[in-house]
Design a protein around this ligand. Structure first.
Ligand SMILES: NC(=O)c1ccc[n+]([C@@H]2O[C@H](COP(=O)([O-])OP(=O)(O)OC[C@H]3O[C@@H](n4cnc5c(N)ncnc54)[C@H](O)[C@@H]3O)[C@@H](O)[C@H]2O)c1
Length: 323
């Protein structure tokens, strides 16, 4: 696991730390010398993903003020990952998505305000928040979300901004690209779906004609960026894209996954495009580079290879019934 070369005795609360990104981030923070506490209601995450970590795991909901207050005891800074994270599920359940992502973010910010905890890193999103703009997008692109998930993250950013300005907090909203990597078995994105399909010998299913594009970032690069934002604690409110800067079509992604899994001619099938999903997206990360020193190290091929290797290992642990 990569170290950000930070040595610190600080205590960091990671909400949603038992999820995909948390499971990669928490060990990295610990390696960098932080004490970590996790607040997670285990709706999607799994505490076994943090086996081997020293982190204290508090099982609770970010919408529960008392649970958040307890989790914030003795904390120096917060990395707020907990969310209802799926575009497609947000279209099916917009009220729940709003409640977790918008109100939940407000509750965590407000409990920080009450305790004078000023440093806050918010897990935002690039594509879903901006919507259908001409890529590459950056921090000057005008957000026009086309899914409830995108709206909820924009709402979260709005509270991050107002809390930074009204209460002198240092809030960085990191707009993640599409993240790939280990510990993503439970996720609903294309890479997980493709990996599971290959393991079940089912065709790769693409929603739409495969021309939609995304920006894929390897989780280790992302977590390094989160660590840099935590350390920088930029004053005021700073939204920053963390991305690879490379535009990749879903068709290209499917072919690449098939090649990595050892079958260039793996069958692909097409299904209707789903509501809420943007057509093209990739982002520039110049501002994160200038302000944080963020530079992704992994190519898409390297990131997908490591991800596929993790899926294969995981399948051997779970057995074929687990796919
Ligand atoms: N994975 C990506 O590609 C991606 C891209 C852009 C943004 N993000 C954002 O990054 C963050 C982490 O994403 P992830 O991929 O690790 O998702 P994940 O679903 O794996 O992890 C989210 C975690 O939050 C927990 N959680 C959900 N609702 C909660 C609640 N009400 N109270 C407490 N805990 C709760 C879940 O149990 C889970 O462990 C999210 O905010 C997501 O929106 C992720």
């Amino acid at each position: 696991m990569v170290s950000t070369a930070i040595q610190s005795a600080e205590t960091i609360l990671v909400t949603g730390g038992c999820g995909f990104i948390g499971a990669n981030l928490v060990p990295m923070l610990e390696e960098a010398g932080y004490s970590v506490r996790v607040l997670d209601n285990l709706a999607k995450g799994d505490s076994s993903l943090l086996a081997g970590c020293r982190a204290e795991i508090v099982v609770g909901d970010i919408r529960d003020c008392a649970a958040v207050a307890q989790a914030l005891e003795g904390v120096d800074a917060v990395i707020h990952l907990a969310a209802f994270g799926s575009v497609v599920e947000s279209v099916a359940a917009p009220a729940e998505n709003f409640d977790v992502n918008a109100r939940g973010t407000f509750v965590v910010l407000d409990e920080c305000r009450k305790r004078g905890i000023a440093r806050f890193v918010f897990a935002s999103t690039g594509g879903a928040l901006i919507g259908n703009a001409d890529p590459p997008v950056n921090e000057d692109s005008r957000p026009r979300p086309i899914s409830p998930y995108g709206s909820s993250k924009l709402c979260g950013e709005a509270y991050c901004s107002s809390f930074a300005h009204s209460y002198n907090m240092h809030v960085t909203a990191l707009r993640f690209a599409n993240v790939v990597g280990p510990c993503s078995w439970h996720k609903k994105g294309a890479v997980t779906a493709f990996a599971k399909a290959i393991m079940s010998q089912d065709p790769l299913r693409i929603f739409g004609d495969g021309s939609a594009t995304r920006d894929f970032l390897y989780v280790e690069d992302l977590c390094k960026g989160i660590g840099l934002a935590l350390r920088a604690a930029l004053p005021g409110f700073n939204p920053l894209h963390l991305a690879s800067g490379r535009e990749v079509s879903i068709g290209e992604l499917a072919r690449l996954m098939a090649r990595i899994a050892g079958d260039d001619n793996y069958p692909i099938e097409y299904a209707p495009k789903r509501a809420g999903e943007v057509d093209r997206n990739f982002a520039r990360f110049d501002r994160a580079s200038a302000l944080l020193g963020f530079e992704p190290q992994y190519s898409l091929e390297e990131g997908l290879t490591r991800t596929w290797e993790w899926f294969e290992l995981e399948r051997s642990k779970r057995g074929s019934a687990g796919v």
